[in-house]
Design a protein around this ligand. Structure first.
Ligand code: ADP
Ligand code: MG
Length: 293
């Protein structure tokens, strides 16, 4: 399910430019949408799933223009969505909740619902907890119920908005691995502000900053944005003042600094291989210079 965005904009009341002319092709597989708070991730996702309309521009999903009634219907049949804040009914069990959502989605056959829900409970590893009330679930368990409800109709496109926020490290890893498995034969669009979520699951990604697309491509291409700009400085003297210090680790009697800078921040600085976080920070830094507001 390929997604094609052309000149897509969204301006909210009060002249808030949430999306400023996005042009982007999203291929099948797992795709990351990275950006800080307010970048426009949720706005884009709500447009894709048909909850809000863009101010201008077009969205084609699997060849269908979602602005047409026909296109919207075709896409909605094949789309699953986990919103940033999924409301669940705390007094329902996981199984009852899924059954309720399945009914809303038009799965009328009771035996078919039962079969599908059992299957999905296995997929998200909640079979044992299926008959417990949701109010006793951890954040990670609720998110897995959320993925199960998004998968009820076996969608070709799964849109997942900041699903790892607030999860503990083990649940985050488990949840990310689940998404990667699901991406085998479908498009999974994952939005996050956590660079590591993308680094561990996606081969390609887009970066949004204040409603603008500032990068799209391979993870490797983003990493290389910081090529020859990452340095290690170990000193017991003052911290480097040239460049951006991204970490400071006590070592012996001194501190080991990791610094992003266009030239060596100190005569003793050692060139260091960049990672995705470095690439992202270098990108944001250069974007700030070209678009100060
Ligand atoms: N319903 C709305 N009305 C007005 N402004 C909004 C609305 N929703 C989001 N915004 C604004 O649009 C911008 C993008 O928000 P959002 O898409 O939620 O970003 P993200 O999900 O990346 O944090 C922000 O400046 C936000 O305050
Ligand atoms: Mg958001």
């Amino acid at each position: 399910m390929r997604i094609e965005l052309t000149d897509l904009t969204k301006t909210y009341k009060g002249n808030v430019h949430a999306l400023r002319g996005l042009n982007l092709d999203i291929p099948t597989g797992m795709y990351g949408l990275l950006g800080s708070n307010g970048a426009g991730k949720t706005t884009l996702m709500r447009i894709l799933v048909g909850l809000i309309k863009p101010t201008s521009g077009t969205v084609r999903i699997g060849g269908h223009d979602i602005a047409s009634g026909e296109g919207k219907l075709a896409v909605q049949r094949t789309l699953g969505y986990l919103p940033q804040n999924l409301g669940v009914y705390p007094d329902l069990t996981a199984r009852r909740f899924l059954d309720y959502i399945a009914l809303l989605k038009g799965l009328d056959s009771r035996t078919e619902r039962r079969r599908r829900i059992n299957e999905l409970l296995e997929v998200v590893a909640l079979t044992e907890e299926a008959d417990r009330k949701l109010k006793g679930f951890s954040g990670g368990m609720v998110q897995r119920v959320g993925i199960a409800q998004a998968l009820l109709t076996d969608p070709r496109l799964l849109v997942v908005d900041e699903p790892t926020t607030g999860l503990d490290p083990e649940e985050r890893i488990r949840f990310r691995n689940l998404l990667s498995q699901l991406a085998g034969d479908r498009t999974v669009l994952l939005s996050t502000h956590i660079v590591d979520d993308v680094a561990q699951t996606c081969r390609s990604l887009a970066v949004l900053a204040k409603g603008r697309l500032v990068f799209h491509g391979d993870v490797g291409a983003l990493v290389s944005r910081a090529a020859h700009q990452v340095w290690t400085v170990t000193t017991s003297g003052p911290a480097p003042t040239w460049g951006r210090v991204v970490s400071a680790l006590p070592e012996g009697t001194g501190v080991r600094y990791r610094v992003i800078a266009a030239s060596p921040p100190d005569p003793t600085a050692r060139p260091t291989d960049p990672g995705l976080e470095d690439g992202y920070l270098a990108l944001m830094e250069s974007d700030r210079l070209t678009h100060p507001v």
